[in-house]
Ligand binder design. Structure first.
Ligand SMILES: Nc1nc2c(ncn2[C@@H]2O[C@H](COP(=O)(O)OP(=O)(O)OP(=O)(O)O)[C@@H](O)[C@H]2O)c(=O)[nH]1
Ligand SMILES: [Mg+2]
Length: 216
């Protein structure tokens, strides 16, 4: 995938005010500080596009980025959105703020018509955390399909990543019949970039090249 444009568009607290739902959209969600904004910057290869911070709770709204890409130099440009969402589980957030987050995210995930894929980020350094398992369980109850992304692998010995990913998937298998697609990534080494952009490309291709009905 060749990315020719990656720009910030708009931030919203309300799904109804989000930009026109006329192109495929990919959203990134996960615990506060898990590396959502860093992953977005790594994917589009634009340092500083999505604001990152060592302090949790940096991203607070639904942030849309317009992306323009093509499969190869000779192929036409395709437009899509990347969405950076605020994280959950930030301890310093008051109860009222948490309820607001819940409503905003719930509305976004259930009402956004062009939402093509949701990436749930999980920190690969930790054993399965209840808060992440609860969130994927919530997505399951809402019938929202998603991919898992295990982040910050550069901070681990390789065996620790494998062990933590396995443990998370095993926990999911206690309640899920099928496992979602999963990726392992590092914003530092760019691990996982090719795999995620290939996944995104596949979805975009399906969106723009829908077969015409075969009754002609
Ligand atoms: N070593 C390493 N550090 C990372 C990686 N991804 C993110 N970080 C660091 O982790 C911190 C949080 O990253 P962000 O991308 O801001 O995380 P976020 O999930 O967007 O956080 P909120 O918006 O606050 O919810 C920053 O200090 C990043 O530099 C990674 O893959 N490897
Ligand atoms: Mg962020």
């Amino acid at each position: 995938m060749i990315i020719s444009k990656a720009e910030y568009l708009i931030s919203n607290a309300d799904v109804e005010k989000c930009p026109k739902a006329d192109r495929p959209e990919f959203a990134f969600i996960g615990r506060s500080n898990v590396g959502k904004s860093s992953l977005i910057n790594m994917l589009v290869q634009k340092h500083g596009l999505a604001k990152t911070s060592a302090t949790p709770g940096k991203t607070q709204l639904i942030n849309h980025f317009v992306i323009e890409s093509r499969i190869t130099e000779k192929k036409p440009k395709q437009n899509w959105y990347l969405v950076d969402l605020p994280g959950y589980g930030y301890a310093k957030v008051a109860q009222k703020e948490r309820a607001k987050w819940q409503t905003m995210i719930d509305n976004y995930l259930t009402k956004r018509k062009n939402l093509s894929a949701v990436f749930v980020l999980v920190d690969s350094r930790h054993t399965p955390q209840p808060i992440d398992l609860e969130f994927v369980h919530y997505l399951g109850t809402q019938g929202i399909s998603f991919c898992l992304v295990f982040t910050k692998t550069d901070k681990n010995k390789p065996m620790a990543t494998t062990r933590n990913v396995r443990a998370f998937l095993d926990k999911m298998l206690e309640t899920w019949q099928f496992l979602p697609q999963s990726f392992t990534t590092s914003a530092t080494t760019k691990q996982g970039r090719d795999e995620i952009t290939a996944f995104i490309q596949n979805v975009i291709t399906n969106f723009y090249e829908k077969p015409t009905t075969a009754n002609t």
